[in-house]
Design a protein around this ligand. Sequence first.
Ligand code: MP5
Length: 214
Amino acid sequence: MKFAERAHAKYAAEWDKMLSHPFITELGQSRLDDTIFDFWAMQDYIFVREAIRFFSVLMARFPRKYQKPFQQTLAGLEHELEIFHEYAKKRGIDLDNVQPTPICHAYNSFLLSSAYHEDVDANFVILYTAEKAYHEAWKKVRTGIKKGTPYESFIENWAGEEFRQYVDWLGSELDSMTEGYPESRLARLDEIFLLTVRYEYLFWEMAYNRLKWM
Ligand code: MP5
């Protein structure tokens, strides 16, 4: 069995729990409290801003064949920051003074530490898992939400066709790079998959419950 299929099968319960988080369900039914969405937007802005550092470290470590596709990803992240700025302007949110919550801080630290200390395959697992989680979450939101929502640009970005192709590409690269791996390495990569799913779950949980330091 290929890596992605195997990891999804092994952690199907955790994946489902993440995707059925009330944040996603209520957003998809157009009944999520605006201020909860704002809380998520402020934290995800920080997440994306810091993800640029994560990708930049990886760019230095990746084999040449990955540098070109990930230049597009970096450009995509800059575009995402613009989406956050436009949304913040409409809502009167000052993004310059947002502090990361413990969960946002921990997730970003995990990414940056992995970029420096884990091998390329492990970083591909993190990337694939985080991007796939967002793609599926926003597709779920898109199916039910009312037309003319103020969240359209976020939905288009992560549920759209371009992002789907990117996630599929990450999955197929990951599958081919892990082909024939010994069970010991696969088990380590499984752990990283699970850790990333857990962080994805906790990110929604943090926003939904407005979890801060104190
Ligand atoms: C993504 C994100 C998607 N923006 N935030 C979290 C918590 N997980 C995944 O990644 P990207 O790099 O913004 O497309």
